[in-house]
Design a protein. Structure first.
Length: 73
């Protein structure tokens, strides 16, 4: 699905079609969560528990970068 970036005040935004909002089970005013994945950016409904887990995972990956690099070899 192709989306267009548009100007919203001094910012930029993307208008999500009704069909996409329905698939996300989201509506106006809901929060969404964007995360990076190997094949691009994944947009999901906001899940506070997932957000907390992602923050912990990112901190561990930052703090243990050299260890994780050795494990990957």
């Amino acid at each position: 699905m192709k989306l267009k970036i548009t100007t919203v005040g001094n910012s930029a935004g993307v208008i999500l079609p009704k069909e996409l909002l329905a698939r996300l089970r989201a509506d106006k005013g809901d929060a969404l969560y964007a995360r990076e994945a190997p094949d691009g950016i994944v947009l999901t409904t906001y899940d506070p528990q997932l957000a907390e887990q992602m923050e912990v995972a990112e901190r561990i990956m930052r703090d243990r970068r050299s260890l994780l690099h050795k494990l990957a070899q």
